[in-house]
Ligand binder design. Structure first.
Ligand code: M6R
Length: 610
């Protein structure tokens, strides 16, 4: 949530243009409001407004702002409504100090009051403004920016990162206290940002910043310091191999469609990476665990549910899935030294997940195995071990290809574990890995090709729908929940994902003539799903099926168009493939309603707040 970018240029005067170019790569992090502070000849000009980066840029001509340094921010609102005054960056008491943050300041109420009581001119209800005033307060006392920044972190409680600068110095400072931060050194600029994509238009020479560190950017260098004692740290620049065009749409109308279409490649890449990795460490961590938890949020949690079924069926290993925010109140006190938390997070920055990580660290109860996509994330640096999803950048707010990769990782791990503990004999294990490595990329492409048109047509018939269910059974439990989340997230329909045998225990009463219920099934479970389909149909409901074509299911839909058919495959691959028609259906429903699926209202790609 929220994206900050700070740049200090050597010779440039076009800071607005370059800040807009770089920070537009962070559009997925926040689109409630946008602001830009540009410094020229010792004066700061600040422009900000409510809207997306394109809208605000069009309105305020941010990219025409002149100067050699500055800070921009894309906001996802938490403290303070999305208004102009709450938009970031903010000034301190005078129009000299400027800055912006990402994250949450938890002692917002008390600290704001304290600042106001001591004469600070606090203009907004946004917690980011307090970061700037905290620096202002200590600058007044010390006259030194380095110390002011360092001391500010003692006042500010929460999980955040911020960047600040002054009109009279050619420096920008930044701190990382719980939210992500990356820096880069280009030929003619230095840059700090919430995430790598906005660094790459300027340079591929990057510095990943660790918790509790602060930065000083000058036109030539980025210095890293430990906040606690101010010690300068030696850090080598790393060369990022991430394609700078990865965060571009590449001819697709939306990132979401691009990312769905990247799934065949994702399978190849992630299976290749797993086969080329030293997996024994991960497998041993799982085998040695006395209790094994799967902790994740949103889409990653749904992939974790799919993983739970894989572990049960192919490895005979019980995995307890838990929603990130629920984990500590539900299981926190019962962890032992030998517990293992598998923490699944695309961003590796989700606060609910980092809370669990901190809990295992501070209680020394439980080890952590991260499954993550963003290299350089907090989860990557702090988990005991991690498995990369190898998806490249996922820009669209609705997660698609990372879910796909997560499902494949769980399937692969289950087979490896099953082979090691004798649940699977080695020829069966080999066959299953072959399916993942050799058949799944082709079947994934085939599913996209086949169900794209079907999903588009079906979406049109659902134009007036406001409320529906998406039900799964057995292996498709997590898939149905994921389909429902996608429809909620980008169609703005209420859509509940539920285990299909639960539907009769209450929700069935919602069904009247034409009420739509989507059933996601595998060939193994369709005999049971038929009962649930019947229960809806006899009450006049409209049943829609997602799964392989089966003659016995044909009479449970009104028309062929209500049956999204995935190609025939081994049961092992069914739960992976079944998600594709649901991704595509939600995408086309979203488009039909005039929504931009990449930037659904009120949301942000990375939720670094509680
Ligand atoms: O980065 P994470 O995987 O930890 O994110 C978890 C959820 O916020 C995320 O999956 C969210 O549910 C997606 N936007 C759904 O498409």
């Amino acid at each position: 949530m929220c994206g900050i970018t700070g740049i200090v240029g050597k010779h440039r005067d076009d800071i607005g243009r370059v800040l807009i170019e770089c920070s537009s790569k962070l559009a997925y992090r926040g689109y409630d409001s946008v602001g830009l502070a540009a410094v020229r000849n010792g004066k700061v000009e600040l422009r900000k407004e409510v809207g997306t980066i394109e809208e605000v840029n069009r309105l305020l001509r941010l990219s025409e702002m002149k100067g050699d340094r500055g800070i921009s921010q894309l906001r996802w609102a938490t403290y303070g409504a999305p208004t102009r005054v709450n938009a970031q960056p903010h000034f301190g008491c005078e129009e000299v100090l400027y800055g912006a943050h990402n994250g949450n300041i938890h002692n917002y109420v008390e600290y704001r009051q304290e600042l106001v009581d001591t004469g600070h001119v606090v203009r907004s209800e946004n917690d980011g403004e307090l970061c700037v005033h905290a620096v202002d307060k200590y600058f007044e006392q010390t006259g030194d920016m380095f110390q002011a920044v360092q001391l500010s972190t003692k006042d500010l409680q929460g999980a955040y990162a911020y960047a600040v600068g002054r009109a009279d110095t050619r420096e920008v400072y930044a701190v990382k206290m719980g939210s992500s931060l990356v820096a880069g050194v280009g030929n003619s600029d230095t840059i700090v940002s919430s995430d790598l994509p906005s660094i790459l238009p300027l340079t591929n020479r990057v510095l990943y910043i660790q918790e509790g560190e602060m930065l000083r950017l000058t036109p030539d260098s980025v210095d890293v310091f430990r906040i606690e004692d101010g010690k300068k740290l030696e850090r080598n620049l790393e060369i990022s191999t991430v394609d700078p065009h990865a965060a571009e749409r590449g001819g697709y109308p939306h990132f979401m469609l691009k990312e769905i279409n990247e799934q065949p490649k994702v399978v190849k890449d992630v299976v290749g990476s797993l086969q080329g990795s030293e997996t024994s460490r991960w497998l041993e961590m799982i085998e040695d665990a006395s209790t094994l938890y799967l902790v994740a949020c949103g889409t990653s949690y749904h992939a974790g549910i799919v993983g739970t079924y894989y572990f049960n069926r192919y490895a005979g290993i019980p995995l307890t899935p838990s929603i990130g925010g629920q984990f500590i109140p539900m299981y926190g006190n019962t962890l032992s030294q030998d517990s293992l938390c598998i923490l699944v997070s695309q961003s590796g920055e989700t606060k609910d997940i980092l809370n669990v990580l901190k809990h295992t660290e501070s209680t020394k109860h439980g080890k952590s195995l991260g499954i993550l996509n963003v290299i350089g994330s907090t989860l990557m640096f702090n988990a005991d071990a991690y498995i990369p999803m190898v998806c490249g950048y996922e820009v669209s707010v609705p997660a698609t290809k990372t879910y796909y990769s997560q499902s494949v990782i769980f399937a692969y791990l289950a087979v490896m574990l099953g082979e090691r503990n004798g649940t699977l004999d080695s020829s069966e294990a080999k066959r299953l890995v072959n399916l993942l490595a050799n058949d799944l990329p082709r079947l994934t492409q085939d599913t996209i090709d086949r169900t794209g048109i079907q999903a588009k047509r079906l979406a049109r018939t659902l134009d007036d729908v406001k409320d529906l269910y998406c039900l799964g059974y057995g292996f498709t439990d997590g898939v149905a929940r994921e389909g429902a989340l996608k429809i909620k997230e980008i169609v703005y329909n209420h859509c509940e994902g539920l285990y299909s045998s639960e539907f009769k225990h209450g929700p069935l009463s919602i069904v009247t003539d034409g009420y739509p219920v989507i059933f996601v099934t595998t060939t193994e479970d369709s005999w049971m799903v038929i009962n649930h389909l019947s229960e809806v149909r006899v009450r006049g409901g409209r049943t829609i099926i997602v799964g392989e074509y089966e003659d016995k299911l044909r009479s449970y839909v009104d028309s062929k168009g209500d049956y999204l058919m995935v190609p025939e495959s081994d049961l092992f691959l069914n739960p992976i493939l079944d998600v594709i028609p649901l991704q595509l259906l939600s995408y086309f429903m979203s488009i039909d309603r005039g929504i931009n699926p990449d930037l659904p209202r009120n949301l942000s790609k990375t939720l670094t707040v509680d």
